[in-house]
Structure formats: structure tokens, C-alpha cells
Design a protein around this ligand. Structure first.
Ligand code: COA
Length: 504
């Protein structure tokens, strides 16, 4: 094949030279008619080109003879790593075809066993117990109180009406209330469903992280203002709102000109957890891009709900009995069975949230920074995965928690453990409170990332490391899901589950 390539190159070169020769000849003849005094020079150039052509033809004839005499050369087989071959596109396509076929069989088996379980009405009941009572939505609306409290505190600080320590104290109360008020409401309100509770707590957790960032950035601005008191303007550097193409032009804001409702709510709805006075903005809203993301959002949402109802719920229900009986082999079998739909749904969820939804919101708000994820799928180490799959959270952790700790002299490992501890706390908070069940599975799952990271980093490299990260994702999540669901069923439906869960 390599020889054929070489021969092809020689032929191409010959053809190119011939075409060049003809062109030179044609050019020379046209010049002859135009300027006769240059004809001698042209003729000599033509002769040189012809000479080159004859030489090349002879050389290629020699090459052709050599090719016929020897047909072997020193080379490695494609599949040996020494060959340096890396184009596995066909193999990748084969994997996709096998994946589709094996999953099609699973889909069919599932349909034959259970019939169609997808029921959109049932989804509504996950959010609402009573169609006239919307506790989760009301709880989310109440969050505006905490946003206003933060803005009010910032304005007082900017005007110098309260001291920095009083501001910190007020912020602490506000941030503690942001975490405690919704959890107390979720725990006490019987009309709140677990799914409604998770949604409300997720909104409050995001709000907590955003307000923390808002406070940090405004404090840094005050510190800069103290240093450059004279240079910085106290007002917006673009006070009059200009209009361009029907939209308000984005003007540069300086502290404390940013302490407005408009600025605060832009940050609250923007797809980021890190506050900035002047976010990078995209020049316009691309309508086609927006519609594509909206379509993806709606379609993938339905697909996730359908897959959960059709594929995950029956598998989880059938897993209860082996878990209650502590039948180890059946438990492993159920776990592996659940791993496939769980992983597929998680992948769809990733695309739905980080690509479709965040890009949709960003496009709508002309928010310019679209780096919501990086190539986590190539992770060869566990820290690489955590630094690349959820960029908004990672960025917040780095900017407001990890780097401040490093700057204070805390060593790297301790700082990393502290970040994972904080992350583990929020994971547990988001699961245990809505389920009203404190089991620490999510907390332990997150903390287990540290020894896993040390193990993978020490013993596994390259593709082996990448495979280890994938396995931890594929197997780790369904373990946590089964633990929580099992405990929830045992707690709430106890004996009823034992009878119903025996069918396979
Ligand atoms: C813990 C965590 C923050 C570590 O991230 P990391 O990228 O591996 O950290 P690194 O040690 O490589 O350093 C990162 C940054 O700190 C900087 N840094 C390192 N040592 C420093 C020091 N002594 N002082 C100041 N900065 C320092 C680095 O220069 C780097 O900066 P850059 O990002 O601007 O390049 C990350 O693993 C993480 O975000 N974990 C939690 C993720 C999570 O829970 N996600 C939840 C998703 S649901």
C-alpha cells in the first residue's frame, strides 16, 4: 500500500511537471507574438522544461523497475503499538453498531416483559401531590428575599454605612438562611414530594454558591477601590443606555455601579456560578442556534423521563428483594443490569444540561463564555474528570475555595480534600433532605473519589486510567442509586415491597 502511495506520488509529480511544461510553452508562444525580442529567452526556458521532463520520465521508469524487483520493506503490523497507527475509526463504528444492536435487544426484551410504561401524567405527580398546591415553586419564589438581602448588604457596604465585619456577619446570616430555610421547609411540609424538594434545594444551592461569589467579588472590588481610591469612578462609566440594533449596548461597569437589580438578576439567571462585573457578551442572539437548543432540551427531557419509567424503574423494583436478602450474586447481577440504563440516562443528562440547556440560556442572555464542560471523556485520572465535566462548579471551587486556601498556605492535598468534602456535603444535602432520610451514601461516594484518585494515579496510566474512570462512573452511580432507593422503599413501604419485588 505504501509502495502504491509512493508510485502515485511519482506519477502525480510527473503530471504536474508536464502541465507546468505545457503552460510554460503556451506562455512562451503568447509572448513571442507580443514581444519578439524575448523569443530567444523563451525558447531556452522551453528547452530546459523539456529536458527536465525527459529526466523525470527516465527516473520514474527506473523507480518502476525497482518496484517490480523488490516488494518488501521493514515495517510493523498495524495492530502492534510500535507501528504508530492510530486511526481506529472503523473499530469505533463497529463499537457503536454493536452497542445499538445489543441495546435494541434490551429494549425489545423490556417491552415484551413490561409493555409500555411511559406515562407523562405520572411525571406531574412526582412534582405535585395536590394540583392546587405548589410548595416547591412557592419556595423557589421566596428565594428572592435572600437575593434582595445580599444586594441591600452590598449597597450598605459600598456606601460605607456598615463596616466590613458587620457586612460579613449579615452575609453569614443570609447564606446560612439560604441553606437552612429551604431544608427546614422541605422536612416539615408534607405536601412536598421528593422530586419537588430536590428541585427547590438545587435552586437554593445554586443561589448559595452565586451569592457567595457575589460577596467575594464585591469585597475584592472594595479592596481595589481602597488601593486606587482616586482612580476608580464611583459610578457607571456608561451611565446613559445606548441603543444599537434595537438592543441595549453592553457598557463597561465599575464598582459600585454594578450594585443594581438588573445586574444582580442577570447574574442569578446566567449559566455561571462565578460573579463578574462585566461578563463577556455575545454580539447577538442566533435564532437558529437557539431553536436547535430548545428542541434538544424538550426532546431529551422527554427521552430521559421515558427511559427512567420504561427501563430504570422496573429494574430498580426487581432489585429490592436481592438487596433485602443480601443475595450477593443476584445483587451484582441487578447492579450490572441497572448500570446500562443509568449510564445512558446520565450521558443524555450531561448533554441536556451542559450543552443544550446552558447554551440555550446563554444564547438568550447573550452570555459569551460557553465553556460549560471540557473533554472529560478522555480523563486518564480522577482529578482530571472532576476538573473538566462540570466547569461552572469547578470554576467556583477553584476561585472561591481552593485557591484562597492555597494562598493561605494550606497544602495541596488538604485543599483538595476540603473541596471534595464541601462537594460531598452538598451532594448529601441534595439527596438526604428531600428523601427525609440521612444515610450518607452520596457523601461517602464523593469522598471515595480521593482514595480512588490516589489509586488510579499511582497504578494506572493512559488507556488503563481512562478505563478505570469510565468503570467508576458506570458502576459507582448505580450503587448509590440502589442504596438510596432500597433504603427509601424499606423505610416507606417496608413489607409491601417484599411481596411485590419478587418478580424478575
Ligand atoms: C479540587 C479541585 C478544585 C482541584 O482542581 P485541579 O485543577 O486539579 O487543581 P490544580 O492543583 O491543578 O490547580 C488548579 C489551579 O490552581 C493554581 N494553583 C496551584 N497551586 C497554587 C498556589 N499555591 N497558589 C495559587 N494558585 C495555585 C494552578 O495554577 C491552577 O490555576 P489555573 O486553573 O488558573 O491554571 C478539582 O478537582 C475540583 O473542582 N473538584 C471538585 C469538583 C466537584 O465537586 N464537582 C462537582 C460536580 S457535580
Amino acid at each position: 500500500m505504501g509502495d502504491r502511495r509512493e508510485r502515485g506520488a511519482v506519477t502525480r509529480r510527473r503530471r504536474t511537471l508536464t502541465i507546468c511544461g505545457e503552460a510554460a510553452a503556451a506562455g512562451a508562444s503568447s509572448k513571442r507574438t507580443a514581444r519578439s525580442e524575448q523569443s530567444a529567452g523563451d525558447a531556452s526556458r522551453n528547452a530546459t522544461a523539456n529536458g527536465e521532463q525527459v529526466h523525470e520520465t527516465a527516473k520514474s521508469r527506473d523507480d518502476g523497475l525497482k518496484d517490480r524487483i523488490s516488494c518488501h520493506r521493514l515495517q510493523e503490523s498495524l495492530l502492534s503499538s510500535e507501528s504508530g497507527y492510530s486511526n481506529y475509526r472503523g473499530i469505533l463504528n463497529w463499537c457503536v453498531v454493536m452497542l445499538v444492536l445489543s441495546n435494541a435487544r434490551l429494549f425489545l426484551e423490556n417491552l415484551i416483559k413490561y409493555g409500555i410504561l411511559v406515562d407523562p401524567i405520572q411525571v406531574v405527580s412526582l412534582f405535585l401531590k395536590d394540583p392546587y398546591s405548589w410548595p416547591a415553586a412557592c419556595l423557589i419564589i421566596v428565594s428572592n428575599v435572600f437575593i434582595m438581602a445580599a444586594l441591600y448588604t452590598e449597597r450598605q457596604l459600598a456606601m460605607g454605612k456598615i463596616s466590613e465585619s458587620t457586612g460579613t456577619f449579615l452575609y453569614c446570616i443570609d447564606l446560612i438562611a439560604v441553606l437552612c430555610f429551604p431544608s427546614a421547609t422541605v422536612l416539615t411540609l408534607t405536601s412536598m414530594t421528593p422530586v419537588g424538594g430536590i428541585l427547590a434545594l438545587l435552586v437554593y444551592t445554586v443561589l448559595f454558591l452565586k451569592l457567595y461569589s457575589y460577596r467575594d467579588v464585591n469585597k475584592w472590588c472594595r479592596e481595589i477601590r481602597h488601593v486606587q481610591a482616586r482612580k476608580l469612578s464611583r459610578s457607571n462609566s456608561c451611565p446613559s443606555v445606548q441603543r444599537a440594533n434595537g438592543n441595549a449596548a453592553h457598557c463597561h461597569v465599575t464598582y459600585p455601579g454594578n450594585l443594581t437589580h438588573r445586574d444582580m438578576y442577570y447574574f442569578i439567571f446566567a449559566p455561571t456560578l462565578c460573579y463578574e462585573l462585566n461578563f463577556p457578551r455575545s454580539p447577538r442572539i442566533r435564532k437558529r442556534f437557539l431553536l436547535r437548543r430548545l428542541f434538544e432540551m424538550l426532546f431529551l427531557m422527554q427521552l430521559q423521563v421515558g427511559l427512567i419509567q420504561q427501563w430504570m424503574v422496573p429494574t430498580i423494583q426487581n432489585s429490592m428483594k436481592p438487596f433485602q436478602d443480601m443475595d450477593l450474586s443476584r445483587m451484582v447481577e441487578r447492579l450490572l443490569k441497572l448500570a446500562v440504563p443509568n449510564h445512558l440516562i446520565w450521558l443524555i443528562f450531561f448533554y441536556w444540561l451542559f450543552h443544550s440547556s446552558m447554551n440555550f440560556v446563554a444564547e438568550l442572555m447573550q452570555f459569551g463564555d460557553r465553556e460549560f464542560y471540557r473533554d472529560w471523556w478522555n480523563s486518564e485520572t480522577v482529578p482530571y474528570f472532576w476538573s473538566n465535566w462540570n466547569i461552572p462548579v469547578h470554576k467556583w471551587c477553584l476561585r472561591h475555595f481552593y485557591k484562597p486556601m492555597l494562598r493561605k498556605g494550606v497544602n495541596k492535598l488538604t485543599a483538595q480534600i476540603a473541596v471534595f468534602f464541601l462537594s460531598a456535603f452538598f451532594h448529601e444535602y441534595l439527596v438526604s433532605v428531600p428523601l427525609k432520610m440521612f444515610r450518607l451514601w452520596a457523601f461517602m461516594g464523593m469522598m471515595a473519589q480521593i482514595p480512588l484518585a490516589l489509586f488510579v494515579g499511582r497504578f494506572l496510566r493512559g488507556n488503563y486510567g481512562n478505563a478505570a474512570v469510565w468503570i467508576s462512573l458506570i458502576i459507582g452511580q448505580p450503587i448509590a442509586v440502589l442504596m438510596y432507593v432500597h433504603d427509601y422503599y424499606v423505610l416507606h413501604y417496608g413489607s409491601a415491597t417484599e411481596g411485590g419485588a419478587s418478580s424478575q
